[in-house]
Design a protein. Structure first.
Lengths: 338, 334
C-alpha cells in the first residue's frame, strides 16, 4: 500500500484490493412519519475494470444504494456499515476530501439529462467546472482542451462545447453528462438509469459508448436500471434487489437465463425474448406492488407477491446463500449448493 | 382541417370528396396522409387500415412521425393532405369522437391530483353529458381495467394508488367511452418492468374480449412481440415496413427494421447495427430513399455491389409487397 502525505491511500489505489467494497450497508431515511429502511444489509465487491448491474423495481433501494456509495443522501439519513472506495472509507471521510473523491474517484450519471444541465450555460463550461474546482487541470486553457477531448471521446464534435443544452438532442445531452462525469478521470462510474428516457437506437449508441470506455480506459461501472435485459448486455455481474436487500446475484447472463429467485424470474420474463413462442401474445407481469419500505411484510418480503410461497415464507427471513458457483440467492425454496 | 368523419347512416352531411365507401371491417382507414408543420413533413404519405380486434404496433425512433400520426387520427392535429376515415359509430362533424380514445405515456401526469378516481374516469361521460348511469359505467370500466373491487377505488385520489393502478385508471377513463379504437402512445415506457407485463396483458385481453382495436406507438419491439398482430415501422414520416408481427420480426425486409431489431438487448443471434446519429430533420428529407444516409446496405458498399446505389440516392421508394400482407420500401430487398 502506498500512502500519500495526507495519510490516505494513494489516489490510484493499491491494485491488489478491489476498487469498491460495500459491507453490510444499511440506509434509513428519517421522515416525519417515522424511519424508513431503504437499504438493509447489502454487501458486494467490485473489482477494478468490473461492471455490476443493480436491478429492481422503483423503491427497491437501488438508487439509494448508489447515492450512499458517494454519500449523496439527504443530511440526517442514517447510514451504517462500510463503503471502501479504492481502500478509502467513504462514510468516515471529512467533507473536503469527500468532495474531491466524488469527482476524481467516483462520478455519477443520472437519468433525465435535461434537468441535470444548467440551461443558461454553455456545456463546455459545465464540463470544465469540476476540473477547475478540483484543479485536475492547471488552467482554463488546459481545461478547455480537455473538454474538447472529452466531447470527442463521447462521440460529439469538439466545437459543441459552445452549445447550450437546448440546442442538443436527448441523446447528445446524455453524452454530455457522461463527458462531465469523466472530466476528472474517475475510476468508478455510477450510472443511474442512464438510458431510460432515450430512444432504442440512441440507447444502443450510449451503451456502446459505455462499453468502449470500459474497454479502453479500464473504467469500472455500476449500472442501475429496472431493465434486466440491458444489464445483461453491459454488465459482468448482476445483483437483483427487492425491498432493500439483494435477493439474487451472480454472473449476469446466467442470472438472466436461469434465474433462481422467483422475483428474478418475474423480472426476466417481463422483457420477452423476441422469437420465443412462450411470450408471443402472452405478456408476463408480476401481480401486486412492491411493499412500502416503512411497513415491510414479515418473513420473506416478497412472499405476498410470490407465486410459489409456502407457509414458512411468511415467518422465516431468507438470507443470501450460495446456489451454484459464483451465484447466491435469498429464497427458502431454492436448493442450496452442496 | 380535413379530419374526416364518415357516418354511414348519414352520409350526405359528412361525405367529402376524399371519402370513399368504407366497409365495416376497418375501424380506421388512413389514406395518403400528410401532416406538415411548415416545411417539416412530420407525416409524409401514410396509408394504413386497422381492423376491429387487432393490435398494430407503430414503431420507430423519435422524430419518425408516429405520435403525429396518431394525434391526427384522434383529431388533435390538422391534416395537410389525404384522409382519415372512421366508419360507423356516432359522428358529430369535427368534434372528437368518443369511439376513438387515447392513452398517454405517463399516468401520473395524465391524472388530475385533485380529482377522485370516480371523477377522473367519469370525465369523458360528463363532457359528453352522458350522465344517466354514470356510477355504474365508471364501476364497469374500472372492473374492465382490472381495478376490482371497483367500489374500493371510486373515492380515492391518484396519489393513494400505485403507478400500475394509475395506468389502469387512465385505461378505465378511455374504456368508459366504449371506444372501437384505442390509441396508446408508449403505454408502458414509464412503467416498472413488473407492471409493464400486467398492463400489456390488460390491453391484449381488452382486444380479445371486446373486439377493441389498438394502435400502440412504441420504440419497444418486445412490446410488439408481446401484444401486436401487425407491425408498422415508421421512418421520417413514412411507413417503411408493414406486416404480421412474427414475419416482420423473424424476417425483416427493410434495413432500418433490421437495425432496430439488432439493438434490442438479448438479440445475440444478430450482429449489432448501431445507426449513427439520429433521425434527420423532417424539414430536410434526403433525396432518393429517405433512409439512404444512415443505411447499412449503402454504407457497407452492398448497394454498390448490387448496382442499385444510384437508385438508393436518387429514386424515392414506396412500399411493395414481399409476401401477402407483408410489404417494405427498399430498393435492395425489392
Amino acid at each position: 500500500m502506498t500512502l500519500d502525505e495526507r495519510g490516505t491511500v494513494d489516489a490510484q489505489g493499491p491494485y491488489d484490493t478491489p476498487l469498491l467494497q460495500v459491507d453490510d450497508l444499511h440506509v434509513t431515511y428519517r421522515t416525519r412519519s417515522g424511519d424508513v429502511p431503504a437499504v438493509q444489509g447489502v454487501t458486494f465487491t467490485l473489482e477494478r475494470g468490473g461492471s455490476l448491474g443493480l436491478a429492481g423495481e422503483s423503491g427497491c433501494g437501488k438508487s439509494t444504494l448508489a447515492n450512499a456509495i458517494l454519500r449523496l443522501l439527504p443530511t440526517g439519513t442514517q447510514v451504517d456499515g462500510s463503503v471502501l472506495l479504492a481502500g478509502q472509507d467513504i462514510l468516515a471521510m471529512k467533507p473536503g476530501r469527500l468532495r474531491s473523491v466524488r469527482w476524481t474517484e467516483g462520478a455519477i450519471v443520472f437519468q433525465g439529462a435535461l434537468h441535470a444541465l444548467n440551461p443558461v450555460q454553455q456545456i463546455g463550461k459545465q464540463i470544465a467546472e469540476p476540473m477547475l474546482l478540483h484543479r485536475t487541470q492547471p488552467s482554463k486553457g488546459a481545461a478547455a482542451r480537455r473538454v474538447r477531448e472529452l466531447l470527442e471521446q463521447v462521440g460529439l464534435p469538439g466545437d459543441r462545447a459552445r452549445s447550450y443544452p437546448h440546442q442538443l438532442s436527448g441523446g447528445q445531452r446524455q453524452r454530455v453528462l457522461i463527458a462531465m462525469a469523466l472530466a476528472c478521470e474517475p475510476a468508478l462510474l455510477l450510472a443511474d438509469e442512464p438510458t431510460t428516457a432515450l430512444d432504442v437506437m440512441v440507447q444502443a449508441q450510449v451503451l456502446a459508448l459505455l462499453a468502449d470506455l470500459r474497454g479502453e480506459h479500464g473504467l469500472s461501472m455500476i449500472f442501475i436500471t429496472h431493465d434486466l435485459s440491458v444489464l445483461t448486455d453491459v454488465c459482468d455481474s448482476l445483483a437483483v434487489m427487492y425491498a432493500g436487500r439483494v435477493v439474487e446475484e451472480g454472473p449476469s447472463d446466467r442470472v438472466f437465463r436461469s434465474p433462481q429467485h422467483p422475483y428474478t424470474r418475474a423480472l426476466a420474463a417481463a422483457f420477452p425474448t423476441i422469437g420465443d413462442p412462450a411470450s408471443r401474445l402472452r405478456p408476463a407481469g408480476l401481480a401486486g406492488d412492491p411493499p412500502d419500505p416503512a411497513n415491510l411484510p414479515g418473513g420473506c418480503a416478497f412472499h405476498p407477491r410470490c407465486a410459489v410461497a409456502e407457509d414458512r415464507c411468511r415467518t422465516t427471513t431468507p438470507v443470501l446463500a450460495p446456489v451454484a458457483a459464483g451465484r447466491r440467492a435469498a429464497c427458502l425454496l431454492v436448493e442450496a449448493a452442496p | 382541417m380535413r379530419h374526416i368523419d364518415t357516418n354511414e347512416t348519414n352520409r350526405d352531411e359528412t361525405n367529402r370528396d376524399e371519402t370513399t365507401a368504407v366497409t365495416s371491417d376497418v375501424v380506421v382507414r388512413i389514406t395518403d396522409l400528410a401532416v406538415h408543420f411548415g416545411a417539416a413533413k412530420a407525416v409524409d404519405g401514410v396509408s394504413l387500415d386497422v381492423a376491429p380486434g387487432e393490435v398494430v404496433a407503430l414503431v420507430g425512433e423519435s422524430g419518425s412521425g408516429k405520435t403525429t400520426l396518431i394525434r391526427a387520427v384522434q383529431g388533435l392535429q390538422p391534416v395537410t393532405a389525404g384522409s382519415i376515415e372512421l366508419p360507423g359509430g356516432e359522428s358529430r362533424g369535427r368534434r372528437r369522437r368518443p369511439d376513438v380514445q387515447m392513452v398517454f405515456q405517463d399516468p401520473t401526469g395524465a391524472l388530475n391530483p385533485r380529482q377522485t378516481i370516480h371523477e377522473i374516469v367519469a370525465e369523458g361521460l360528463r363532457i359528453r353529458r352522458e350522465r344517466g348511469d354514470e356510477t355504474a359505467r365508471v364501476i364497469e370500466a374500472l372492473g374492465r381495467a382490472g381495478l376490482r373491487p371497483a367500489e374500493r377505488f371510486l373515492h380515492r385520489y391518484p396519489h393513494e394508488i400505485s403507478g400500475g393502478q394509475r395506468q389502469r385508471v387512465v385505461i378505465a377513463g378511455a374504456m368508459v367511452m366504449e371506444p372501437r379504437l384505442l390509441l396508446a402512445d408508449e403505454p408502458v415506457a414509464s412503467l416498472d418492468a413488473s407492471i409493464r407485463g400486467e398492463i400489456l396483458a390488460l390491453m391484449r385481453s381488452l382486444v380479445d374480449e371486446t373486439g377493441l382495436a389498438i394502435v400502440a406507438v412504441t420504440h419497444d419491439l418486445g412490446l410488439a412481440w408481446n401484444i401486436a398482430d401487425r407491425i408498422a415501422v415508421m421512418y421520417l414520416g413514412r411507413i417503411v415496413e408493414l406486416g404480421p408481427a412474427e414475419e416482420v420480426l423473424a424476417d425483416p425486409q427493410h434495413p432500418y427494421t433490421r437495425a432496430l431489431l439488432s439493438v434490442v438487448p438479448e438479440m445475440e443471434r444478430m450482429e449489432q447495427q448501431i445507426l449513427v446519429g439520429e433521425t434527420p430533420d423532417p424539414a430536410r428529407i434526403p433525396t432518393g430513399c429517405r433512409f439512404h444516409p444512415r443505411c447499412p446496405v449503402v454504407a457497407s458498399g452492398e448497394a454498390a455491389r448490387l448496382g442499385i446505389e444510384a437508385r438508393c440516392r436518387g429514386e424515392d421508394v414506396v412500399l411493395t409487397e414481399r409476401s401477402p400482407a407483408h410489404s417494405a420500401a427498399c430498393h435492395a430487398t425489392a
